[in-house]
Structures are given as C-alpha cells and as structure tokens.
Design a protein around this ligand. Sequence first.
Ligand SMILES: *[C@@H]1O[C@H](CO)[C@@H](O)[C@H](O)[C@H]1NC(C)=O
Ligand SMILES: *[C@@H]1O[C@H](CO)[C@@H](O)[C@H](O)[C@H]1NC(C)=O
Length: 364
Amino acid sequence: MGGNGVVPCRSVPMVAFMAALFLLATAAASASVPALYVFGDSLADVGNNNHLLTLLKADFSHNGMDYPGGKATGRFSNGKNSADFLAENLGLATSPPYLAISSSSNANYANGVNFASGGSGVSNSTNKDQCITFDKQIEYYSGVYASLARSLGQDQAMSHLAKSIFAITIGSNDIIHYAKANTATARAQNPSQQFVDTLIRSLTGQLQSLYNLGARKVLFLGTGPVGCCPSLRELSSSKDCSALANTMSVQYNKGAEAVLSGMSTRHPDLHYALFDSTAALLRYINQPAAYGFAEAKAACCGLGDMNAKIACTPLSNYCANRSDHVFWDFYHPTEATAQKLTSTAFDGSAPFIFPINIKQLSEI
Ligand SMILES: *[C@@H]1O[C@H](CO)[C@@H](O)[C@H](O)[C@H]1NC(C)=O
Ligand SMILES: *[C@@H]1O[C@H](CO)[C@@H](O)[C@H](O)[C@H]1NC(C)=O
C-alpha cells in the first residue's frame, strides 16, 4: 500500500513481463508452423526412392549437379526441388525422407517427414511396385501419427499436427499414364473426364484420411501443364503440348478444388491453399523471356530429340545454363522453375494460389 514501495515493485516485474512477452512473440513467430509433412511424387521426393528397388531413381549424375556439393540425392532435379523451397520459405529445414529415418528406433517425426516417392499417383495402380503409392504414404503417415501420439501425448500431438503444414503434390503420373498409354479405343471406353472423376473420388478419401489423422493446414499443389513436359511434347510431330494431358490437368485441379472447398465447409477447422501449377507454369512456357527463361520446350538433361527420349543419366547431354531452362529432364522442372513457382505459391495470389497463400496458411 505504501506509495513509494509500489513503483520499484511494479517496474521490476514490468521489465520481466515485457521480456517474457518478447520471448513469447519470438517463439510464436518461429513456431507458427512447427513442421512440414510432405506427400506426393517425384516433384517432392527428396530421397525415398533411393531406398527402393525401382527403375524410378535419380540418385546418379547429372541429377544434383547444382545441389550443394554437386551431389545426386535422389531429387529429380539439377538442384533443389519444391519440397526444399517450401521448407526454406517457412524457415524450416527440409523434411527428411521417411525411408531414411524410419528404421531408427528413436526416429524423430516432430520436425516433419517427407513421404513423397517418384512415380506415385492418386491411383494405386500407377507405377505400382515401383514407388510408395499415395495410399501407402498415408499408411506410413498413420504410423508416424501413432508414434507422435505416444511420444508427445494425444493432445500435444494433435495440436502439433494442427499447426503443421501438409503439402501434397500428386496426380501428374496418373495423367501422364493415361495420356501416353491409352489408345483412341481405350479412351472411348474410359473418357478422360471419367478417368479424372475416378481420380478425384480416390483423392477425396485420401484427403479425408489425412484430416482424420490430424491434418488441418493443407497445401495442395495441383498438377502442372503435364502435356507440355518434353516427354509428351516430343510425341507430337509439331512438338506441341499434348492438349489432352493439359485439359485433364485443368479438370483434375478443378476437381481438387471442389474436394477441398467441400471439406473445409464440413470441417471448419480445416484450412487449405491450392496452387494452380498449370496456370502458374504456363506463364513461363508461353512467355519464357518475361520470366527469365530462354528454353521452355526442350529438356536440359537427356538424350534424343529435345533431350526428351531418354532420362537424365551420366551419359546424357546437359545444358550449360540450368537457370534459363524451364525443364530439367523429360518430366521435371529445373531448380530455377521450382524456386519461382514456390515463391508464387508462398506469397502470391489468385488465380495461382487461393483462397489464401502459403504465408497466410502458415499464420493461421
Ligand atoms: C490401394 O491399396 C491399399 C493398400 O496398399 C488398399 O488399402 C486400398 O484399398 C487400395 N485402394 C484402391 C482404390 O484399390
Ligand atoms: C543463365 O540464365 C540466367 C537466366 O536467364 C541468366 O540470368 C544468367 O546470366 C545466365 N548465365 C550465363 C552464364 O549465361
């Protein structure tokens, strides 16, 4: 009560209080997204397929020639891929490949895990036996979920996962298989829209499974203009993009949007950002110079017409400047392309990333 005593008594705790607030604020800023859980195909594989007996590998040169140390890591790229840039933009380390850490008895899954596997698709039958299918990735993740619940406790695990971002890039391989394999007769029996509808039905169940296992912030990277990848372009005598594959990609991304917006209506605690990779990447393909590219058709690394006949191997040709090529090999973007796309997804806006961007998703 004494007038004089109050001031020092109050000011000391005030300093401590301010310091505590500052610490809290700093902690909150860096902990807004504690971890990144990545699912999908070769666009985000950071080494899972190195652990598989498969033809779908990239752990040899010239892959990785621009990666730190110039080493092939299993990424289907000359350098980093979108899983790396996504982590960088969020201030996180790249999530490790699930198969690289799961054999350890004290594997730490709280800093994020990458389940992505080259070749995988929405459908179980896409490159079956050559990759970790998306269903299998979700099954592996359910084990991770159980492990987190054991180590952190159920409530803590749920709150950790709810703050984490679940990034998914899947669908390109299904579309590529359909477009490359299906003859006109087969297509008449299974029209492309019907095929895409089947994919979207599977995707609905897969995304719901992830929600049931704690995913609350979903980043869905829609398929790109896969008809313009060198492999499909090379099939046309005029070297044009495959209109069929590009149309399917647009249909697929529309379907994914409907699934996610439906889910977020049913589950108000689900937040998502959808990246229209087709719209974003077509800008580079249609106006390369405007985006710093000199070559948007041929692959940088490969063999044959447009370097698009054969994969990137130690025997393949490669281009002198990887930063001015949109495509690294017959299917995959260069590091430069992945970096630019991820940056648009991170703080860009509609029609490329919506209803919110990754930065906004991270701040929820
Ligand atoms: C895909 O395979 C998984 C097992 O890996 C199975 O549980 C699931 O039912 C299959 N899905 C379809 C659509 O066949
Ligand atoms: C490579 O391409 C990039 C992007 O177009 C350009 O900025 C850079 O100057 C090029 N490097 C060389 C050595 O030509």
